[in-house]
Design a protein around this ligand. Structure first.
Ligand code: GDP
Length: 445
């Protein structure tokens, strides 16, 4: 689905990775080409611009890693940035369908593939999650659309709500709800009417249905082949009705893929699934890491750079340990530790990993020690200068005030942090003195 873009980028990076040393100009030229490739793939201008800027900033700030070429490093940065613009926090494939019967509202323009997608998702829920699904068509203007859903239902073995002539969409939605409750269904899907363009009536109808159904998910189906239009349609639907995610259809076609790359950045809504054909199985969860890999087609380089970075991290850890043994534990070290703690799931996550820590956790909670402390402490360290972080013992009262103010906190909190850092430094020193292969070495393993 991203063949053209992938080819273009492949060309740019092939050249880049073959070069040994890279000048700033080399990188600039390459990134200009990346920008053109993105625009040609119909990625929106602001998204392309931000993307290039982010890559440039990271490439400039990064120190050169041994054993990989700078070009390879740039590929990794581009890969991570691609993944970043595609990713949200949520698991795109996990539909919220607890509390049966859970309503899923399907909206979109006519011809976008809404009915097909409704059936594809119903089949998926049935087969992958063992759910009982009821589908209902609300497209009262087009009897053929209602028939189409019924036919698909038979084909995939999923029930559809019987068609009652003359009923309006809100009444159908209510009947679907009743039927889903009485019939013991886990999920009921409402396939709303589509039109060729977004108009008042379409929106009013979808909103009325939304209000009676109270959907757990409102999925917007858009045609991926329409490029930036797909993004505009998504923006408008989200403004007017509110959507919880997007399904991009026809990604099997020769579309340029730009819609997929701009969607999240512009609408803030995640792409949840992509349609990859007319068959009922032709749907996939949208997985940013896989997509980023597919676009760049340079998975080997990405993992090579990852490995090199891991090696460097190990070397740094070794160096750090030597410093700790001498009692050198400054604010940079403390910051790193705090960040590590957050990464590992914060205080709760750390405690959960250590046996017998339940009681301590309760005490910490009682004392108001939660993750916000970690973040406040990091904010304090961030407002110190480089020199102050390295030698916090030199801090004067006036600077302390400024630092606390800079982080929006009290000086008392900074004093606590300083005390903590001193205690850690002392402890490290003691542990270091326990001889070679002592506790610290054990602990760092
Ligand atoms: P609706 O009007 O939005 O309900 O659209 P339909 O579900 O009726 O789909 C319109 C046409 O697009 C049908 O012929 C579908 O088979 C086709 N279609 C839907 N999704 C995809 C897709 O992901 N890929 C391809 N190639 N065709 C699709």
């Amino acid at each position: 689905m991203f063949e053209n873009l992938s080819e273009r980028l492949g060309g740019v990076f092939d050249r880049l990775t073959k070069q040994g040393a890279l000048s700033e100009d080399d990188v600039k030229t390459a990134l200009r080409e990346v920008r053109v490739a993105l625009l040609e793939a119909d990625v929106s201008l602001p998204v392309a611009r931000d993307f290039i800027k982010a890559v440039q900033d990271k490439a400039t700030g990064q120190s050169v890693t041994k054993s990989v070429t700078p070009g390879q490093q740039v590929v990794k940065i581009v890969h991570d940035e691609l993944q970043h613009i595609l990713t949200g926090d949520e698991d795109p494939g996990a539909l919220k369908i607890d509390n049966p019967p859970a309503p899923i509202l399907m909206v979109g323009l006519q011809g976008s593939g809404k009915t097909t997608t409704t059936a594809k998702l119903a089949k998926r829920l049935k087969e992958k999650e063992g759910k009982r699904v009821l589908m209902a068509s609300l497209d009262v203007n087009r009897p053929a659309a209602m028939e189409q859903l019924a036919i698909l239902g038979v084909q995939i073995g999923v029930d559809t709500l019987p068609i009652v002539k003359g009923e309006d969409p809100v009444a159908i939605a209510k009947r679907a709800k009743t039927q889903a409750s009485l019939g013991g269904y886990d999920v009921y899907m409402l396939d709303t009417a589509g039109r060729l363009h977004i108009d008042q009536e379409l929106i009013a109808q979808a909103a009325a249905v939304r209000d009676v159904a109270n959907p757990r998910e409102t999925l917007l189906v858009v045609d991926g082949l329409t490029g930036q239009d797909a993004v505009n349609v998504a923006q408008e639907f989200d403004d007017k009705i509110g959507v919880s995610g997007v399904v991009l259809t026809r990604m099997d076609g020769d579309g340029r893929g730009g819609a997929a790359l701009s969607m999240r950045a512009i609408t803030g809504k995640p792409i949840r699934f992509v349609g990859l054909g007319e068959k009922m199985d032709a749907i996939e969860v949208f997985e940013p890491s896989r997509i980023a890999g597919r676009i760049l087609g340079m998975g080997d380089i990405v993992s090579l750079v990852e490995k090199a970075q891991e090696t460097i991290e190990a070397e740094q850890a070794e160096k750090m340990m030597k410093r700790f043994q001498k009692g050198r534990f400054n604010m940079n070290d403390l910051k790193m530790q705090l960040e590590q703690m957050i990464k590992m799931g914060g205080m709760e996550g750390m405690m959960g990993m250590m046996p017998g820590m339940g009681k301590m956790q309760k005490q910490m909670e009682a004392a108001g020690m939660d993750d916000s402390i970690l973040k406040r402490q990091i904010a304090l360290i961030n407002s110190m200068t480089k020199r102050e972080r390295a030698q916090p013992e030199l801090l004067q009262a006036s600077r302390k005030k400024r630092i606390a103010k800079g982080a929006g906190l009290e000086v008392s909190e900074l004093n606590k942090l300083l005390k903590q850092q001193r205690q850690m430094a002392d402890m490290m020193k003691k542990m270091g003195k326990m001889g070679k292969g002592g506790m610290l070495k054990q602990a760092m393993k």
